[in-house]
Design a protein around this ligand. Structure first.
Ligand code: PLP
Length: 389
């Protein structure tokens, strides 16, 4: 990257910058109040008090009770824990999920299959949306849990998880949603729905990496998985990552404050970026449903151009975004999400995800709209031509 160029960060679905006030809230718990929250003396008690406050702050964001929040190490741990807990408490051997889940759920389900748990992977439509009746049909007498993401990390497409939770309730099946991408971007009110488990992650909402949470509705049976021990009221062992949890609480307060006006501003910037690209670059194609999606995400294929080459050239201008999901970047395999949507492998390999956040400004979008068409033209000119013999 050229030294003097400021970074234009458009990869907020991969991770986010720690907010300055989050960093400020965390620091005293690394330097001053470093006591173990289980200890009786003052610096331990101060840490315990801060944990209580953070739990309330995260619960406020989700409109649930503080006692329904278990702090974990990440969204992935929360996802794995919810599914495993349902299998253990129900003693049933079938899971329903979708073909487009994040690897946090997908890989775990594949692991479960090797343990002789049956998994049904529901397909999606070409715009990435889901047919609710397919889920209804997939639920069996031995289904332990239905696990469906609230928002897709690649396309941003939203799934009707509240309706699905209702169906699960009437069928007596537990419902988990991976809301790692939805939290902080759309309003979530757990008092108004029947979701049993919900996963979220700190680093997607301007807290630090290495902290997450799992909502477990009061009354839902829970079995701790992986990390047994006394902490988190016996639900997740290990001395609490106090500073990160305190930061997570602070980030939840910021997210709540930003849910209305700020998300409208971000959506306007996203729409400006998207329509600017689609109008100025003839080979650009939008992937995913145009309206039923997160306000910050746009996923666009540039027909005939390798996404990796676009990313490298954008990086030279200080512009950060990603090809498909962060986890598949660097591999030439088309993403499983786009494959499930029936998008051809050449279009899938040319797809770029732009995900905006609270720190993005209009002048940054203008700069991308100035640079990107030039990059695409340059790559089209240098593309090896196929000779027809
Ligand atoms: N679920 C979704 C939808 C995600 O986008 C991610 C991260 O990208 C995760 C789960 C995993 O979260 P974490 O990185 O906190 O483990």
């Amino acid at each position: 990257m050229l030294d003097s160029l400021p970074v234009i960060y458009l990869d907020n679905n991969a991770t986010t910058k720690v907010a300055p006030s989050v960093f400020e809230a965390m620091t005293p718990f690394l330097t001053e109040y470093y006591g173990n929250p289980s200890s009786i003396y003052a610096i331990g008690a101060d840490a315990a008090k801060a944990l209580t406050q953070a739990r309330e702050q995260v619960a406020n964001l989700l409109h649930c009770e503080a006692k329904e929040i278990i702090f974990t190490s990440c969204g992935t741990e929360s996802d794995n824990t919810a599914i495993e807990s349902a299998l253990r408490t129900t003693r049933k051997r079938h899971v329903v999920t979708t073909q487009v889940e994040h690897s946090a759920v997908r890989n775990y389900c594949e692991h479960l299959e090797s343990r002789n748990v049956a998994v049904t992977y529901i397909p999606v439509n070409s715009d990435g949306t889901l047919e609710i009746k397919e889920i209804e049909r997939a639920i069996r007498a031995d289904t332990a849990i239905v696990s469906i993401m609230w928002a897709n990390n690649e396309t941003g497409v939203l799934f009707p998880v509240e309706e699905i939770a209702e169906i699960c309730k009437t069928k007596g099946v537990l419902f988990h949603t991976d809301a790692v991408q939805a939290v902080g971007k759309i309003p979530i009110n757990l008092q108004k729905n029947k979701i049993d488990f919900l996963s979220l992650s700190g680093h997607k909402i301007h807290a630090s990496k290495g902290v997450g949470a799992l909502f477990v509705r009061s009354g839902v049976r829970f079995s701790p998985y992986l990390i047994g021990g006394g902490q988190e009221h016996g639900k997740r062992g290990g001395t609490e990552n106090v500073a990160s949890i305190v930061g997570f609480g602070r980030a939840a307060v910021l997210a709540e404050a930003n849910l209305q006006d700020e998300q409208i501003r971000i959506k306007a910037l996203r729409d400006r970026l998207e329509s600017g690209i689609l109008q100025s670059i003839p080979c650009a194609r939008l992937n995913g449903h145009p309206s039923s999606r997160l306000p910050n995400t746009t996923h666009i294929s540039f027909e005939g151009i390798e996404a990796r080459n676009i990313l490298l050239m954008l990086d030279q201008h200080g512009i950060c975004c990603s090809a498909g999901s962060a986890c598949t970047t660097g591999s030439l395999e088309p993403s499983h999400v786009l494959r499930a949507m029936g998008i051809s492998s050449s279009l899938a390999r040319s797809a770029i995800r732009f995900s905006l956040g609270v720190y993005n400004q209009e002048h940054e979008i203008n700069r991308v709209l100035d640079i990107l068409p030039k990059i695409i033209s340059q790559l089209q000119e240098t593309r090896p031509q196929t000779t027809v013999l």
